[in-house]
Design a protein around this ligand. Structure first.
Ligand code: AHR
Length: 490
């Protein structure tokens, strides 16, 4: 028997909606042939695929990161503005292709406006310089009569774009990056970029590219960055990708421990440095690239250009576990961006005639739609499993949120058993259930089930009602499933 106990007064922190962010890179068919396909019968008058926009809107992403990724470290933003026919095509070194520049800054802003999402731009801190970075801020955000603001106006955008979130560099700690930087180099460069970008627009929030190479010297990197530029770091950006290359379900389901470790290590690093250096301003964590990615790793040139991973049900469970971890760490994780959003390691997969929703679309949509604004400290115990060094892992992976205004409690549960339905008693230590409970369940025939153009609904969401009495709800979680129990409470 499993038991989940929830006390509505035991709160972990406010959940920032930016944890439901996305990331779109100039890579493969993310834009061209995905989001943006001028001339397609499915496109609107500005070239955006209407079916893709509709699917993206269902994810309610409050923020989208752009334009890379590895791509940005060789990108000149000026190539991507102005009349399309005059934009230069360039060799693209990160993904070994040719970039036409038909999609650029203004198209990205249009995309964000259509989706009612906040733009987050990463500047080139690879082979780009600080002049280029500050010019980009000026082009986007200035309302003055300057050459770059006037250029934007000339390009058809009178009002400033007011881009608030700016990242300085992508994965600068990786040798694979154009313009890799040592900890010393990045700390110095970051500060100089940040200074001029903030001088152009003091309202912007800045994200430092901190850890993507988890076997490198990130402690030293953190120390140096905060020594040099503590006043300029609003977010500490970290990346990871996970997968199941050994085809070992239990090992894959133990990914919760990996997430826990990386988040608590990052929290600890920031806390230690803040204490040691007496840094008073808040520094949040942005997991601004995360996802499952291990199959389409690029053994061939086509794969390297496309990264078209097809997801199965177990991947959907892992995506749900990410959200559970972000909710449990709501106090420090204030942004997270699934990488990526269309075709390239993404929840939405297109062809010229339409699209299907990958398995991982469903947990994203479910959490984004039902999550409240306060993270609760749920307690749970019951069945366990083991994998490698991890013993006594609870088979259920749980998080809980509260929407105080709507008096809605949402309990998110991943049942990591391949075979067993788990009977569970959920009790409220304070408050009562008031009315019916909606149980939204993501499942499919098998942990390896995938969606496709031919079978788009192998894995999807079903909704049913459950009944609670006073402060107790008995519920049985299906094997290999994700469930959101949405409850009205009083
Ligand atoms: O999202 C794909 C790639 O993964 C990004 O370009 C890079 O930042 C990361 O290594």
């Amino acid at each position: 028997m499993n038991h989940i106990k929830i006390d509505l007064d035991r709160r972990l922190g406010n959940i920032h909606r930016h944890i439901f962010g996305g990331f779109a890179e100039h890579l493969g068919r993310c834009f061209y042939g995905g989001i943006y396909e001028p001339g397609s019968p499915l496109a609107d008058e500005q070239g955006f695929r209407k079916d893709v926009l509709e699917a993206l809107s269902r994810l309610r992403m409050p923020i989208i990161r752009y334009p890379g990724g590895n791509f940005v470290s060789g990108y000149r933003w000026m190539d991507g503005v102005g009349p399309v026919e005059q934009r230069p095509a360039r060799p693209e070194l990160a993904w070994e292709t040719i970039e036409t520049n038909h999609f650029g800054t203004n198209e990205f802003i249009q995309l964000c406006r259509k989706l009612q999402t906040e733009p987050y731009i990463v500047v080139n801190c690879g082979d780009g310089d600080m002049r280029e970075a500050r010019d980009w801020v000026e082009y986007c955000n200035s309302s003055q009569q300057t050459a770059l603001a006037n250029l934007r106006r000339q390009h058809g955008f009178d009002a400033p774009h007011n881009v608030k979130y700016w990242g300085i560099g992508n994965e600068v700690d990786g040798e694979w990056q154009i313009g890799y930087k040592t900890p010393q180099e990045y700390a110095r460069t970051y500060k100089e970029f940040a200074k001029v970008m903030r001088w152009v627009d003091p309202k912007i929030k800045l994200l430092a590219s901190m850890i993507s190479n988890w076997s490198a010297e990130y402690v030293e990197r953190t120390q140096l960055l905060l020594d040099h530029a503590a006043d300029y770091v609003d977010y500490f950006a970290i990346h990871w990708y996970v997968g199941n290359p050994d085809n070992d379900f239990a090992k894959y389901m133990a990914v919760s421990e990996f997430l826990e470790e990386r988040l608590s290590v990052t929290e600890g690093l920031i806390r230690a440095m803040k204490l040691q250096r007496n840094i008073q301003r808040p520094i949040a964590i942005a997991v601004d690239e995360w996802n499952v990615w291990y199959r389409a790793r690029g053994d061939t040139l086509e794969e390297r250009n496309n990264l078209e991973e097809i997801y199965n049900l177990e991947d959907a469970l892992v995506v749900a576990m990410h959200f559970n971890a972000f909710i449990r760490h709501a106090q420090s994780v204030k942004m997270a961006n699934i990488a990526q959003i269309v075709n390239v390691i993404a929840p939405i997969f297109t062809n010229p005639n339409g699209l299907f929703l990958q398995t991982i679309f469903h947990p994203f949509e479910l959490y984004s739609r039902t999550c409240g604004n306060i993270a609760l400290d749920a307690f749970w115990k019951g069945d366990t499993f083991s994998s490698g060094p991890h013993t006594g892992l609870r088979t259920l992976d749980v998080s809980a949120s509260l929407d105080e205004a709507k008096k809605t409690l949402t309990i998110f549960v991943v049942n990591r058993s391949k075979t067993d339905a788990l009977e569970t008693t959920i009790s409220l230590d304070s408050g009562f259930f008031a009315g019916d409970v909606q149980a939204h369940v993501i499942n499919g025939p098998d942990i390896k089930s995938t969606n496709s153009f031919d079978q788009p609904n192998q894995v999807g969401i079903r909704t049913a009602a459950a009944t609670a009495e006073r402060n107790v709800l008995n519920y049985t979680f299906e094997p290999h499933s994700v469930t959101a129990l949405v409850c009205t409470v009083k």
